[in-house]
Design a protein around this ligand. Structure first.
Ligand code: OGA
Ligand code: MN
Length: 288
């Protein structure tokens, strides 16, 4: 049985069926999945049941894994798994309670942002039959391609600053701060410079990299102009026609290509509604 890839209507995403991720996949099936990942940016697998080791084996088909800088949220036995959860144990968060309250591209505050991430849903909150804690992905490649030519020209060669501190500052402003960054984490994540538009290393598609979570300002522009252009690009990237909204079920595996996308976690639940996912993260290259 070979995996069946069916594109989701719109600019981004495909569902994959007829595949059991707890089993080893042969080279042909792996290639099918790698190609689909590059083509559709987000792949959705339903009804999976996988152990941490199986999640790690599956993730390695797509590249090398990295360990997240927020080490307090790593899985104890498997540090390559980041625990995404609002659950408390002995008063402490067992995982990062919200991994993405602002639109972002994972680890775009590092000089080499991740190539992609994979989330496996274990517990998903709901209320009165409605599933909470959805995640939305946007195709920043489709968004770039939809920009008028003069706007694309204006963005050429522009660079911006990205920092993890930006996210923590925003959380503090919004009263959603769950933890301060340690000095060591600050040292590990000095602000970095990346282009505003990057080119995909495999497909060659261009996409918009600036994102609300991590981008502080555009270099070489007056403050006000930088803010206006960033707000305009963010509003553009996240228009419904470029997005896919995932309604989670326990057993879902969703993997994304972090290069041509941004994503957002909808934080519309709270304990005793529990949310628990395991995430792996693939190393990436410096954006060009
Ligand atoms: C992430 C992330 C979104 C979510 O794990 O990178 O942004 O809905 N998660 O938990
Ligand atoms: Mn994320």
């Amino acid at each position: 049985m070979a995996p069946i890839v069916e594109p989701i209507d719109g600019a981004i995403g495909a569902t994959v069926t007829a595949v059991d991720l707890s089993q080893e996949l042969d080279a042909t099936d792996r290639k099918t999945l790698v190609d689909a990942w590059n083509e559709h940016s987000v792949l959705v697998f339903r009804d999976q049941k996988i152990t941490p080791d199986e999640l790690l084996s599956f993730s390695r088909y797509f590249g090398n894994l990295e360990t997240h800088v927020l080490e307090q949220y790593l899985h104890r036995e498997h540090p390559e798994i980041l625990v995404v959860s609002n659950i408390l144990k002995d008063g402490e968060n067992i995982g990062i309670p919200d991994a993405g309250r602002y639109w972002h591209t994972d680890l775009s505050y590092l000089s080499e942002p991740s190539r992609g991430s994979i989330l496996y849903a274990i517990e998903i909150p709901e209320e009165g039959g409605e599933t909470l804690g959805n995640t939305i992905w946007a195709s920043t490649a489709a968004a770039y391609e939809a920009l008028p030519k003069p706007k694309r020209k204006q963005l050429e060669g522009l660079t911006a600053e990205y920092s993890l501190g930006n996210r923590f500052n925003k959380l503090a402003e919004d009263g959603a701060q769950h933890q301060k960054m340690s000095e060591a984490q600050k040292d590990l994540t000095p602000p970095v410079t990346h282009p505003i538009v990057r080119t995909h290393p495999i497909t060659g598609r261009k996409s918009i990299l600036v994102n609300e979570g991590h981008t502080t300002h555009i270099h070489g522009l007056p403050e006000e102009e930088s803010r206006t252009l960033l707000a305009e690009l963010w509003a553009h990237c996240t228009k419904p026609e470029f997005t896919y909204r995932h309604v989670w079920q326990p057993g879902d595996v969703v993997m994304w290509d972090n290069v041509p996308t941004q994503h957002l976690a909808i934080c519309d639940y709270a304990l005793p509604q529990r949310r628990l996912l395991h995430r792996t993260t693939l190393t990436g290259e410096r954006p060009v």
